[in-house]
Ligand binder design. Sequence first.
Ligand code: ADP
Ligand code: ZN
Length: 605
Amino acid sequence: MTDARAALKTVFGYDDFRPGQSEIIGWVLGGEDVFAVMPTGSGKSICYQLPAILNGGLTLVVSPLIALMRDQVRQLAALGIAAATLNAMSADSDVDEAWRLLDAGELRMLFLSPERLANERLVERLKRAGIRRLAVDEAHCVSQWGHDFRPEYRRLASVRQALGDVQVVAFTATADRATQADIVAQLFPRPPRVLLHSFDRPNIALNFQPKDKPRAQIEAFLAGHPGESGIIYAASRARTEALAASLSQKGRRALAYHAGLEHAERNRNQEIFLGEDGIVIVATVAFGMGINKPDVRFVLHADMPAGIESYYQEIGRAGRDDLPADTLTLYGLDDMALRRRQLAEKDLSPEQRRVEQRRLSAMVDLCDLATCRRQALLAYFGEASEPCGSCDLCKNGAALYDATIDAQKALSAAARTGERYGAGYLADVLVGEATEAIRRRGHDGLKTFGAGKDRGRRDWMATIRQLFAAGALEEASAEHGGFRIAPPGEDILFGRRTLTLRVPPPAAADRRERREARGTAAVGLDASAEALFQHLRKVRTGLAKSEGIAAYMVFADRTLVEMAERRPTDLESLGTVYGVGGRKLERYGALFITEIAQFPAENAG
Ligand code: ADP
Ligand code: ZN
């Protein structure tokens, strides 16, 4: 393991292993099969990359996305490691070069998609060349329980056999137990060594807001994150495009991404997001698997995610570099109803439906929670924890109150109007707003009309949403979006049951000031270090452009932050900075030393 630690520094420029890495690498080097479940950003790649560098032989890496494989090969090349990928888009010259290195025994890693491995002649040729181990990335793709099931992953067991029963190491960030057990059964001939890493990502802040004025809420959030790269998830293709267009108009560089875009445009937008600084990508869930950009500073859900599993995966794409990252989830009654409808329409086995339903209700519960969100999220994944102190509820608090009477008023408004109207209409009835429609139907003469004058319309909307979330109201029909009273609602209405709800949080507009006051320096540098950091980012962008690689492949944000703080003056001290390995020191060291030396320090002289 001393070799491994030395290589971690000289090749990757990191001082220490992160939790789990040294165990896994020890097992891999010892020839054991390994299954590791680690959250995004915990550093899975190094667990197969280091052994591939250290004990020679060829590691076959299976990964689901061509773009991701290309990215990793480029990143490894920047570190001076021989790696290649063969795919439908590879140039002939690259293919020839890969085989030349492979036959000469010089190639350390070969990245292939599972589709590619269906080619028996290729597998035969690989077997002759000699494969030391099979590393399976995004291993949850093998499982039907996973959120990214790929039938081609099912072939991997036979590929392993065809290669001569080689060692298998598999990695996933998917948290739930059903998927984990399935992966082990599918991929391993005998029980592997298993490492389960904590799912906590303490650098990711969790924030939720009920939708109020969503555009304004999104803009306020972005205003707190100027110049930062981030992802906005929206529930439909049309919404991603509309939102990207309106943000661009307001001067933010925002690009859309969804499965309906022309292939070339989609790829281009993804490349720009990966390669440049400060881009906002507005995407459907089609975006994200295998996006290993380390400096995504925020993830904003413009609509409530489809389930807690996907929520966790999606926010997990922020802050892989361990620097603070922010998230915000906007949610509303419409989202909850939409997600339930989508689930009802899906063609699923009864067992799958139960799994998906559990994931959706856990998501809904997370929205109107009154206690620490992180604690609830981790509890879902089977981890006990203390309140985090950093989520919106830990910071701002939330109060509960006995909402039985309010609930009865809302339910009775639904009952007396014939169980067919939506939340807006019911809220109007409750506050006594005699709209044209209400007058036309004579609902201004009902006993409940104005029975809720003591509270605002927004508060009633929140109560109705929570009644829906709690199953007291259900959709009357898929077409109209009105509500009828479900059995738990009857129990409340007739006083057989009480109900505790959250005191509605203040309107988003009231909160905006607080967010702005918090400032924008995500990395917490003082003014002169911040200025140097911004300067080094520009230097990095220039280098990345001229070399045709992504900015973070030159140096990660975290590396630049440390340079800006420590201002190294020679190669030796620069070499001790996070993320500066031998190859990068050689290549970029002198330039960065000069840039730092020439940048005016505030207190110079
Ligand atoms: P995962 O695949 O688990 O999501 P990655 O392998 O992409 O995560 O690693 C996330 C980031 O952390 C990368 O930028 C990687 O270089 C960095 N990293 C990995 N291991 C370490 C370490 N021991 N020390 C510091 N940074 C690390
Ligand atoms: Zn908390």
